[in-house]
Unconditional design. Structure first.
Length: 303
């Protein structure tokens, strides 16, 4: 691939890593824009020697403009850069937002720029550890027919592969990723807190092999990988869990109940739990999060 002249606006975890990966492949990072101390620190660590400049200067000096700003800022950044005259015809304007497609880039497109939405389906630390994670990473890409070959080449340069995402399905695509990755962090953190409250010195050491096995099984087998008290229909075990969580970690109770309900719905649908036992479990779950009586009497999962 012909060496690219790349400018990066938003030296966050994603932008700095992608720019560093492109630089390793022989592409030139001409400028980077980033205002916070954290952004400047990442740029210094991952892109040493690359000058930091204002967004308009970055856009004017590059052939590929990489926009890695937060989702809610993207529309405003594109609008301002386009109005300033910094965007030019033939320039590739690429954003890494998962939820946005090409529509957000329309101000640049009207000026003759070539728009792409290119989202790495990966969580980033913003360090050089992420560079290896780009290998085999899937990028959710939305692009017009003329930009598709170029997008294929860029993703290949980064070591990844392309999933083509239609404009109208960007939100659904991103929801699937966020529900899996972001909520997984919340789930694991809550599980660690419960184990810590139960006396574990190193909850992560206990959970790591269990969760890795559960994740591998779920990815390979789907719902058939489910185990535990819900799929077994163990009403009393679920009741005991709820009582312990309510006592030791009440903030975790709503998420436990929500996920238990979702799990129950799936195993009832495929016939692994009989309706009569499922009804008993639902009653226990409902009682655990039912509002307290008006007289202030504390309600427990056994009520």
């Amino acid at each position: 691939m012909t060496p690219l002249r790349v400018g990066v606006i938003g030296a966050g975890r994603v932008g700095s890593v992608l720019a560093a990966a492109l630089r390793r492949r022989g592409h030139v990072i001409v400028y980077v824009a980033g205002e916070s101390d954290a952004s400047k620190g990442r740029a210094a660590a991952l892109l040493p020697g690359v000058p930091i400049s204002k967004p308009t200067a970055v856009a004017r000096e590059c052939d590929v403009l990489l926009l890695t700003v937060p989702d809610d800022m993207l529309d405003n950044v594109v609008t301002q850069l386009s109005a300033s005259g910094a965007i030019h015809r033939g320039q590739y304007v690429v954003h890494t937002s998962g939820s946005h497609g090409l529509r957000v880039l329309e101000p640049a497109t009207r000026l003759g720029a070539r728009p792409l939405a290119l989202h790495p389906a990966m969580t980033f630390s913003g360090t050089d550890r992420d560079l290896g994670r780009l290998v085999d990473c899937v990028f959710g890409v939305t692009a017009g027919p003329d930009e598709r070959p170029w997008a294929d080449d860029v993703v290949a340069e980064l070591g990844g592969s392309v999933m083509w995402v239609p404009e109208e399905l960007r939100g659904l695509y991103h929801a699937g990723l966020a529900h899996g990755a972001n909520h997984l962090v919340t789930l694991v953190t809550q599980a660690m807190e419960l184990l810590g409250a139960a006396g574990a010195d190193d909850p992560s050491a206990i959970l790591r092999p269990l969760l890795q096995a559960a994740l591998d099984n779920a990815l390979a087998e789907g719902d058939s990988a489910l185990t535990g008290p819900i799929v077994r229909g163990d009403v009393n075990t679920v009741r005991a869990h709820l009582a312990e969580i309510a006592r030791s970690a009440p903030d975790t109770l709503p998420s436990y109940v929500a996920l238990a309900r979702a799990t129950l719905d799936r195993v009832v649908t495929d016939g692994r739990v009989l309706p009569i036992r499922a009804t008993a479990i639902r009653r226990v779950l409902d009682a655990a999060v039912r509002p307290a009586p008006a007289d202030g009497t504390r309600r427990t999962p056994t009520s």
